[in-house]
Design a protein around this ligand. Structure first.
Ligand code: RET
Length: 240
């Protein structure tokens, strides 16, 4: 069951990567970075699904299979998802490097402490690191909700629309990861390994492929965001 689902994950992410690269060839050069970042996200996920499907990044911890490959996937891809969001929201990202670094720092801390929670043998240390990781996630999502939303309100309507959808999608989906983790074999074991792999697969597809589709199919927003804020205003002044 797990092997089948992980293979579906591998193929799904490879297909999405190919599609996003195809979309890039049709996009204006100024917004290419969004396509590159997003294709790297799905490409890395496809690679790590393959390593999990083949057992290369799966180990026996106690009496359960621990798929640690997902944490390596997340440690690379979640900062890139935040980067996509930040580049969309921030008209001038160079002035907000501190905010971007804080978001990515919290994110790395969340995933690494999550890895400590998942790889444990004692229930106490699992619980402890789970709480630390969840606290980091709450601060991170709070900053997205406050700081990035505020920054996005200075952008064009197209950017604001896509940003709102993507940021809310991120806040909702990311909050579901610790819940699946708690239900699964790393947590209370309320669901078996197959169901856990299935639920993470759905979340990963939505948080990466769904996110990528919504972002990359909105050309206007990408062009506006790449032109340094108030895209429409700048575009029209350039014509003059
Ligand atoms: C863990 C367990 C410990 C507590 C918390 C977690 C959060 C994980 C998150 C993962 C997000 C992954 C994404 C992947 C890409 O698609 C590590 C499950 C808080 C938020 C978005």
């Amino acid at each position: 069951m797990e092997g089948f689902l992980l293979t579906i994950g591998t193929l799904g992410f490879i297909a999405a990567t190919v599609y996003f690269i195809f979309l890039m060839t049709k996009a204006p050069a100024t917004s290419r970075h969004f396509f590159i970042i997003t294709a790297v996200i799905t490409g890395v996920a496809g690679f790590f699904y393959l390593t999990m499907a083949t057992g290369a990044t799966a180990s026996l911890v106690g009496d359960r299979i621990f798929y640690w490959g997902r944490y390596i996937d997340w440690v690379i891809t979640t900062p890139l998802l935040l980067l996509d969001l930040a580049l969309l929201a921030l008209a001038n990202w160079r002035r907000e490097v501190n905010l971007i670094a804080t978001l990515i720092g919290l994110d790395l801390f969340m995933i690494l402490t999550g890895l400590l929670a998942g790889s444990r043998v004692s229930a106490f240390s699992a619980g402890f690191w789970f709480i630390v990781s969840t606290a980091a996630m709450i601060v991170l999502l709070y900053l997205v909700y406050t700081r990035l939303f505020a920054a996005a309100s200075n952008q064009s309507n197209a950017v604001q629309g896509v940003f709102r959808t993507l940021a809310l999608l991120t806040i909702i989906l990311w909050s579901l990861y610790p819940i699946v983790w708690l239900l699964g074999t790393e947590g209370f074991g309320a669901v078996g390994s197959g169901v856990e792999v299935f639920l993470f697969l759905i979340l990963d597809f939505l948080a990466k492929i769904g996110f990528g589709f919504l972002l990359l199919s909105n050309r206007q927003a990408l062009t506006d965001a790449s032109s340094g804020g108030r895209g429409q205003v700048q575009a029209s002044s350039r014509v003059r």
